[in-house]
Design a protein around this ligand. Sequence first.
Ligand code: ATR
Length: 282
Amino acid sequence: MTIERFAVFGHPITHSLSPHIYKAFAEQTGIAMEYTAIDAPAPDFPALLERFAAEGGRGVNLTLPLKEIAFGLCSRTGPRAQFAKAVNTLKCEDDGWYGDNTDGSGLIRDLTGRQLLDLRGRRTLLLGAGGAAHGIAPVLLDAGVLELVIVNRTPARADALMDALGDPARAHSRYWDDLDSQGDFELIINATSAGRGEGVEFDLPLGLCNRMTLAVDLNYGEAAIPFLAWARSAECRNVVDGLGMLVEQAADSFELWHGVRPETDPVYDILRQHNALLVTVD
Ligand code: ATR
C-alpha cells in the first residue's frame, strides 16, 4: 500500500500543530497518510510546492505567509478562496491544484458546534481587514450576524473588504479611532496579527462590550493573550481563542482530501490540555 503524502507549508513552521492534528485524524479514520511540516520562505515556495507535487504530494495546508501566493498557483478554486484571494488548503487534481479556504467554516463550526453559541442577530465588530478577516467575513454574514462593523489600522483595507462583501445594509467600515462612538457589540473578533508582535496591548474602549459579548481571537497561544486579556478586563461574557477553529478547519481540509470528516472533539481536547489558558464559555 502506498502512503499518500500531505504537508503544511509556512515560514516559520516549527511550532505548527497541524502534523499532530492530522496524525490523530489519520489514526482515528484508519486512513494511511504521511503529513509533514515544510519550511518555505515565500520566494522558495513555488519551487518547493512543485517538487512536492512531483514527488507525489496529494494535498497541502498553507499558513503564513503563503496563503495568497498559493491562491495564485491554483488551477481551480472554491468560492470562499475566490473571495479571500487566499487558500489554506490545496488538493492535487489531474490538471493542477484545487484551492479552498476553510478558515471561515472552521470558525463557525467551533463557535456554533463546539461552544454552542448562536451568532444570529449579533452586532459584530471585526478588527482587521487582512487575509484572516477576508477568510471569515462572508461566513459571518452567512451565519446571520445583524451587522458587521469592520475597523482596520489602515482604513482603506477596511473599505475594500466592505465593498467586496457587497452587503451595504449590514457591512460597514469605520475608523479605529472612532470606536468610542460605535456603541456596543455582541460579538467582537480579533482578526489582526497585532498579538504576534512584542509587548502589544489592546487598548480598546471598554464600552464596546455588553453583557452578551462573545470575544474571539483567531489566534491561539501567546499571540491571543493581549486581545483576550482586554476582553477579560472588559468583562466579556464569553472569551474564545482560535484553537477550536484550527482543529475544525483542519477537519474540513481532511474531508476535502479524503471524503470523510473526522471527529474533532478528541483532538481538540488533547490540544486544549497543552493550551489550557484561553477559553471561558459559560
Ligand atoms: P493575516 O493573514 O494574518 O490576516 P495580514 O493579511 O498581513 O495577515 O493582515 C494582518 C492584519 O493585522 C491587518 O488587518 C493589519 O492591519 P493593516 O492592514 O493596517 O496592516 C493588522 N495588524 C497587524 N499589526 C497590527 C497592529 N500592531 N495593530 C493593529 N492592527 C495590526
